[in-house]
Write a protein that binds this ligand. Structure first.
Ligand SMILES: Cc1cc2nc3c(=O)[nH]c(=O)nc-3n(C[C@H](O)[C@H](O)[C@H](O)COP(=O)(O)O)c2cc1C
Ligand code: SF4
Length: 556
């Protein structure tokens, strides 16, 4: 392609907010890879040093700079669940097409996904791969009242008409025409809603901080990066109920006085990208986005941006750097995004599920949401359940539901002839729970009392046929692969722990344990972000629950 056509492509995006990722995707889609010529032109147009741009582009897993390995070359998920289902064999079967592996692609409920260009194929063998729509969440087996899934199974819900038929955009209407921004925040505060992306930070506190912060324009970012292995709830919400998320974003924007917003969607969800493009266009046309929303005078614009494959981009400050076209390292904090976020201006980053819940809360009220939890716990949580379990899928549980009720009564228990050996919590970030600690209720205080956390709600099940040292090793390899490398405790620690889980380190058990604990302690105390702080949960819990397996492996 000649330089003028390259320039024309750049010009389509350069005046828009957060232009780097869409420009790179446009070239990647056009050429199948990012050539040196293209990178030079992009660097010049966006005034980014070429070396920085090259470093950023090659940091992302899915951007190709090699024409021999184009965007369409298959990428096979070798995440923790897909590998249980033989994804390495599939990788071998596709080797002649230049297939490479990718970390968890968020289809743990229907392994194994293979990404090629803008398609995700599903199947266990190369000759049986097909494009399959996202699964709807199973009808709630406990018969309990749901929030974010309450209407998701209604026919046509993903289109605007279907959404409005089931009460969609009523909450936004009430907010912008009948409530002050402070009233909206008060409703969310009374509901007890806390972040569903991992940290569980109270949503109303975050929104208040942005509302009170100095600086314009303010921004809301919907974090749809969903890179945590074993988590696939945000995909289900976005694929089947995209307007609930858009409505939640606009409600949040109104509450905080934000005039612009982004949905940052992970690369591995190309179908979801099309769903969102369509839903955003519908919302603009119907007056839920843009100038003078529902005649209220409130203005808000929403942009869709696609990541390029990097788990760390789910961490909110990495995400902001990624949006800004910078190298997606986490930022040092403080200052926090609520005062110094996108372009150094006040920004709220919220998870998909948090925002979808907000739209239901505004329509049905704070007391209704509060009452969905068991005993004194407020609300619900979507759990992505996968692995060695009869009925994997997304389940919306009331906070306080016993884990065993979910595993055995709702999801059918282990596969025939097997027993549950361990589960992970928070995807991989919460490490393992096993033995008597499986008697726990699904809520943060209950799970934290066991030394873990619920986080984004990914639970992967491993039965008694699995070697937990191998499972732990694979988990640590994931963290080592995805460590951004900015700080040494995590960059080096994840590698050293991975080696030690694979036969490295001292041969004497006590020395091995002391060393592994020491590395983990250093990582927890000194890592700059949640990735490095969380990774040692894998080794800590392995040693806690399976000391004889660790000793046996060392002996071998
Ligand atoms: C390594 C790492 C990865 C993360 N990935 C995600 C993610 O994919 N989606 C998400 O919503 N939050 C993710 N988070 C948490 C975000 O930093 C942030 O807390 C969250 O998006 C805030 O939204 P919430 O308050 O609605 O939960 C991640 C955090 C870390 C440390
Ligand atoms: S803890 Fe790991 S992922 Fe986080 S900044 Fe440090 S090196 Fe990067």
């Amino acid at each position: 392609m000649n330089s003028s056509s390259n320039r024309a492509l750049i010009d389509q995006w350069i005046e828009q907010p957060a232009p780097l990722l869409p420009i790179l995707h446009a070239f990647h889609d056009r050429d199948g890879y990012l050539s040196e010529e293209v990178l030079r032109e992009v660097a010049k147009a966006l005034r980014i040093p070429l070396a920085d741009l090259y470093g950023t582009v090659t940091f992302y897993h899915h951007f190709s700079t090699d024409p021999a390995r184009p965007q369409t070359a298959p990428r096979v998920c070798t995440g923790p669940i897909c590998r249980l289902h033989g994804s390495h064999d599939l990788l071998d079967e596709l080797a002649d097409q230049g297939a490479t592996s990718m970390v968890c692609a968020g289809r743990c409920d229907e392994p194994t996904p293979v990404l090629s260009g803008h398609n995700v194929f599903i199947g266990r063998h190369a000759d049986a791969l097909e494009i399959a729509p996202s699964l709807l969440p199973p009808v709630n087996p406990g018969g309990v009242e749901e929030c974010v899934f309450s209407a998701i199974r209604e026919p046509g819900r993903s289109a605007l008409d279907g959404y409005r038929r089931t009460g969609g955009y009523e909450g936004l209407g009430q907010a912008v025409t009948g409530m002050t921004p402070a009233d909206v925040i008060e409703t969310v505060r009374e509901s007890g809603l806390a972040g569903r992306g991992g940290a569980g930070f109270p949503t109303a506190v975050k929104w208040t901080a942005v509302a009170n912060a100095e600086g314009e324009p303010k921004t809301i970012v919907c974090n749809a990066d969903e890179g945590e292995p074993g988590c696939f709830k945000d995909r289900a919400i976005l694929d089947h109920d995209p307007h609930a998320v858009i409505e939640g974003i606009v409600i949040a924007a109104y509450a905080m006085g934000a005039s612009r917003g982004f949905i940052y969607l992970r690369y591995e969800y190309p179908h979801t990208y099309s769903v969102l493009e369509q839903a955003i266009a519908e919302a603009y046309q119907a007056g839920y986005l843009g100038d003078d929303i529902l005649g209220s005078g409130f203005q808000f614009d929403l942009y869709l941006r696609r990541g390029a494959g990097a788990y760390i981009c789910g961490e909110e400050t990495s995400l902001l750097n990624s949006l800004e076209g910078k190298h997606p390292f986490p930022r040092n904090r403080p200052p926090y995004p609520v005062t110094h976020g996108f372009e150094n201006l006040p920004t709220a980053v919220n998870n998909v599920e948090t925002l979808a819940a907000a739209s239901h809360i505004l329509r049905k009220g704070a007391a209704w949401y509060q009452g969905l939890g068991l005993d004194d716990r407020a609300g619900t949580k979507v759990i992505s359940l996968s692995g060695d379990i009869q009925r994997p899928g997304n389940y919306e549980v009331p906070f306080g539901l016993p884990l065993k009720t979910l595993l055995y009564d709702w999801a059918g228990g282990p596969l025939p002839g097997r027993s549950i050996q361990a589960v992970t919590m928070a995807g991989l970030s919460g490490g393992f729970l096993a033995g008597g600690d499986l008697d726990v209720t699904l809520d943060e205080p209950g799970i934290r009392a066991k030394g873990s956390f619920l986080g984004a709600g990914g639970i992967m099940v491993f039965d008694d046929s699995r070697d937990m040292v191998d499972v732990a090793h694979n988990a640590m390899e994931f963290f080592a692969h995805e460590s951004c490398g900015k700080c040494f405790p995590c960059r080096i620690g994840t590698q050293r722990l991975s080696e030690r889980l694979n036969g490295g380190g001292p041969g004497d058990l006590d020395d091995w344990l002391a060393e592994v604990r020491d590395i983990g302690y250093t990582m927890k105390e000194l890592s700059a972000c949640g990735l490095g702080m969380a990774a040692p949960a894998i080794t800590d819990s392995l040693i806690r629950y399976f000391p004889e397996r660790v000793a046996g492996r060392l002996k071998d």
